[in-house]
Design a protein around this ligand. Structure first.
Ligand SMILES: [Zn+2]
Length: 375
């Protein structure tokens, strides 16, 4: 037995060994919120260590976990989870290092990620005791704290970029400042641009209700981001996720579409325009079950089928992988075992996630060769 093992070892060529080291990740995560990326047990451990005031409300882990796993009545109720996590993650200079270093470690070791775009509303991680101007002034340091943590562990070589989210429930002045910060920090004069943890895109998140009456304001901000950044700042927005969130006016200003599932489901005529403009949908399957938008993963079948027929690419993402406790490989598997996608579509979605990543250089990584997927 020992001899057989020794013989096997000598047959492994140096080339193969080198490739095993180089092939470091299979997946690209394009839609992940900082508020939803962290597992509840990591949040709870930090809360305990910190002696956080929320320990009074959630004195045991079971209570804390129950809050995250209870059934939600809709998107607005679902977003309350983010509000609670944001309280634990601010101020950023004290807490962000802990969360982001653990996130990177887990994503690299357990989720098999090669690339991640992490999104957040920087204003919501500033010191809540300050006034609005003071908080706006602190936003840059939130982004810098995340970038520093993203680069702190060279042993987990994950490519990470930040997406800054405007928020539908925040005042115009704050969203303007977030837009300006994203333009500035993605620009060529920004020392962080192009480095791990740098800013690559602007997003719009938050409840759907305020969208309708503020839509022109949001269009103006996206137009400004596009015209002022000369292409260095990309755009995406949470839109066409629910029936109440369908705003075609935003589409011309987006490089990717956050969710967008209502387009193939209810507005399929828009698909040819998306295909023409090369816009990719960021589809986050488990979210739609948690918000009550869909009842079952199988309701996504027409989403994938219609997009494929029209040539609209889809990147499969988790949105809030920690809070859902469904990691990115699990989202692919959930769809595959229910025949929502087959192996061919799985390969297409994997490739689309790297091709439409805002900062992935070159072709999708080698691990795709581990399985033979028809092209
Ligand atoms: Zn989202």
């Amino acid at each position: 037995m020992a001899r057989a093992r020794a013989r096997t070892r000598t047959t492994v060529s140096p080339d193969v060994a080198a490739r095993a080291v180089a092939d470091i990740g299979l997946y690209a995560e394009l839609h992940l919120h900082l508020g939803g990326a962290i597992l509840p047990n990591i949040l709870f451990a930090h809360m305990q260590r910190d002696g956080h005031a929320l320990m009074k409300r959630y004195s045991t882990y079971e209570r804390f976990e129950r809050f995250f796993t209870r059934r939600r009545s809709g998107l607005a109720d679902y977003l309350k989870m983010h509000a609670l996590v944001e309280r634990l993650q601010r101020p950023a200079d004290q807490h962000m290092f802990y969360f982001v270093t653990r996130l990177v470690r887990g994503a690299f070791l357990f989720d098999n990620l090669a690339y991640m775009e992490l999104r957040h509303t920087p204003y919501n991680r500033t010191d809540a005791a300050l006034d609005m101007r003071g908080r706006i002034g602190q936003m840059r340091s939130v982004v810098q704290a995340i970038s520093a943590a993203a680069s702190a562990q060279p042993q987990y070589p994950l490519v990470l970029r930040q997406i800054l989210c405007m928020h539908s429930a925040l005042p115009r002045e704050v969203n303007e400042a977030i837009c300006e910060l994203a333009i500035e920090m993605s620009g060529e004069h920004e020392p962080m641009a192009g480095y791990n943890g740098g800013v690559v895109a602007l997003d719009l998140a938050g409840p759907n209700e305020p969208y309708a009456e503020r839509i022109d304001e949001f269009v103006t901000l996206f137009r400004r981001a596009k015209s002022r950044s000369s292409g260095s700042l990309k755009t995406t927005a949470h839109v066409f996720e629910t029936r109440a969130g369908c705003f075609p006016k935003l589409l011309p200003y987006l490089d990717r579409i956050g969710h967008g599932i209502q387009i193939p489901l209810r507005y399929p005529k828009l698909l040819s325009r998306l295909a023409r403009d090369g816009q990719c949908l960021e589809v986050c399957p488990t979210t739609y079950l948690r918000t009550g938008t869909l009842r079952d993963y199988t309701e996504l079948r027409p989403v994938f089928a219609k997009c494929r027929a029209e040539g609209v690419p889809i990147a499969i993402c988790t949105d809030n992988g920690g809070l859902h406790n469904v990691r990115l490989p699990g989202e692919y598997e959930n769809l595959l075992v229910r025949d929502v996608i087959g192996m061919e579509e799985l390969g297409e979605c994997l490739r689309a996630s790297f091709r439409h990543a805002f900062a992935w250089k070159g072709p999708p990584p080698d691990p795709l060769r581990r399985v033979t997927i028809p092209r």
